[in-house]
Design a protein around this ligand. Structure first.
Ligand code: NDP
Length: 334
């Protein structure tokens, strides 16, 4: 089933990995064909996520070339492939997680697509989906956080970081938020962090000591670290006995060469999770998205949007997220 569709569309793709110069904005890219189990979504708001930088620069391998970047968006269903669920009708407002979102139209697996309740606009959904679900699944599954737990969050004023601060507050945890500027630390506090700390790039031991002191010397129940290479060691040192070190990103580069024996010092659990394994089935996707919409609608969680960029300004948006100057979510609109 389909509505009247154009033959070509706007999209951003790359033919090779590299700097922002490899990002190609085109207005004559063929509209994708919708296949078995897929829906074609006309995107209204598209998420910019740090993972797009990993694919562009080659930290993660490209599945194929040319490759359209982008992992999540919200819009309207414009065509249905065979065998899609009846709860995804033509014309429905939806959000999805998938690939090739930096485009006017994206063919996505129905499995990762959800309809939106009336109170959730396309803009809110695109701003929340991937980053908020990352935060939600981290605190539910990577380390099930308990009320009263001390939790350390790095990059706390970023997209995922602000969701972590808010959700941790909502479940009664006590967040220590690390961010690189006073403005970012203030924002983390406004979003639920109990205490804020500097990273002290020139003196990581000072950072570790400050965090451990805040917990009364015991250490934190869990660290959610997305900075990776530069902060891994100083974060691991803040974890209490039998706590968890959750390393879920590589903004400063991947963590390599870790000696497993180091965990024995405090019987620490080490995890390197990916969102897609927590939302593997449609039941998982529906369960976590409905929980997320409730948090936004009923608990009044703040959906922080840094800026909405025209799709053609992809280079500026990409440079901005890499610059460490942004807070909250960056969105694109075709
Ligand atoms: P952010 O908005 O958080 O931007 C990245 C932040 O990382 C910056 O704002 C900056 O905050 C911090 N940072 C620290 N060191 C560097 C550096 N050397 N270069 C650039 N940034 C740095 O991005 P997202 O919210 O999109 O993603 C946050 C993290 O979560 C990423 O690492 C991403 O890969 C990860 N992620 C992982 C997922 C998973 O499934 N495992 C899913 C989604 C996201 P500051 O200036 O305060 O240090």
């Amino acid at each position: 089933m389909t509505t009247e569709l154009p033959k070509t569309m706007k999209a951003v793709y790359i033919e090779k990995t590299g700097g922002t110069e490899v990002l190609q904005y085109k207005e004559d890219v063929p509209v994708p064909e919708v296949k078995e189990g897929e829906v074609l979504v006309k995107n209204e708001f598209i998420g910019v996520n740090y993972i797009d930088t990993y694919y562009r620069t080659g930290v993660y391998p490209l599945p194929h070339t040319p490759y359209i970047l982008g992992r999540d968006a919200a819009g309207t269903i414009a065509a249905l492939g065979p065998n899609t669920p009846s709860d995804l009708p033509l014309g429905a407002r939806v959000a999805y997680m998938g690939q090739a979102a930096y485009a006017e139209y994206t063919a996505v697996p129905a499995q990762n697509t959800v309809t939106l309740p009336d109170g959730i606009t396309n803009k809110i959904a695109a701003a929340a989906l991937l980053q908020a679900l990352t935060a939600l699944t981290l605190i539910r599954e990577a380390h099930p956080v308990q009320p009263g737990d001390w939790v350390l969050v790095t990059a706390a004023a970023g997209g995922v970081g602000l969701w972590l601060c808010q959700l941790l507050k909502a479940v009664g945890a006590r967040t220590i938020a690390a961010a690189s500027s006073p403005e970012k630390r203030e924002l983390a506090k406004q979003n639920g962090a109990e205490v804020v700390v500097e990273y002290h790039e020139e003196n990581r031991e000072k950072f570790t000591k400050e965090v451990v002191d805040i917990t009364g010397g015991e250490g934190v129940a869990v660290v959610f670290d997305s900075v990776g290479k530069e902060t891994f060691d100083s974060c691991l040192a803040t974890v209490k006995r039998k706590g968890s070190m959750v390393s879920f990103g590589n903004a400063s580069g991947p963590v390599t060469g870790f000696a497993l024996g180091r965990l024995a010092a405090k019987n620490v659990k080490l995890l390197r999770p990916a969102l897609f394994n927590y939302i593997y089935t449609r039941e998982d996707v529906l369960k976590y998205t409905s929980e997320l919409w409730k948090f936004i609608e009923k608990d009044g969680l703040n959906v922080a949007i840094h800026e909405v960029y025209p799709l053609k300004d992809i280079v500026r948006a990409t440079e901005d997220i890499q610059s460490r100057k942004t807070t909250g979510k960056l969105l694109l609109t075709p």
